[in-house]
Design a protein around this ligand. Structure first.
Ligand code: AMP
Ligand code: ZN
Length: 133
């Protein structure tokens, strides 16, 4: 696996993902351990570990796609709101050392928990089909 990085392996197609959006710069796919239904990760195709070692232009490109994907998720899940989460360093809970933005959909009346749950593969596949842009 290139760099020993699981997200680079997803970009390279070496590991499958529940893809939602892709262009020349980014890939967006469902988190397999979602906090809530429809939890998506947006990553740059070029490897950097976090916010601080990402080139400004690359970062701007990713954030623009985060907005685009979040708008699509809000309308088509649909959800009532969403959190953007981006962890830097183990102390902050970062487990995968490839820059990623979490888009965590929120549904009115549900508890505002930041806790992952093992995803059901068939449910994830159905959600990815619904969300694919
Ligand atoms: P973080 O704690 O910000 O580093 O989050 C990494 C996220 O990546 C976690 O929420 C994991 O559930 C998620 N994750 C790890 N491996 C995969 C994978 N193969 N496909 C989708 N999401 C993954
Ligand atoms: Zn990587």
């Amino acid at each position: 696996m290139k760099n020993d990085c699981i997200f680079c392996a997803i970009v390279a197609g070496e590991i499958p993902s529940f893809k939602v959006y892709e262009d020349d710069f980014v890939l967006a796919y469902l988190d397999i351990n979602p906090f809530t239904k429809g939890h998506v990760l947006v990553i740059p195709k070029t490897h950097s570990t976090g916010l601080l070692d990402t080139d400004d232009d690359a970062l701007a490109a990713v954030v623009m796609r985060v907005k685009k994907v979040a708008a699509h998720m809000k309308a088509s899940l649909p959800c009532d709101g969403f959190n953007i989460l981006q962890n830097n360093g183990e102390a902050a809970g970062q487990t995968v050392k490839h820059l990623h933005f979490h888009i965590i959909p929120r549904y009115a009346g549900e508890p505002l928990a930041f806790e992952s749950h093992k995803g059901d593969m068939s449910e994830l596949a159905a959600l990815a089909n619904r969300l694919r842009m």
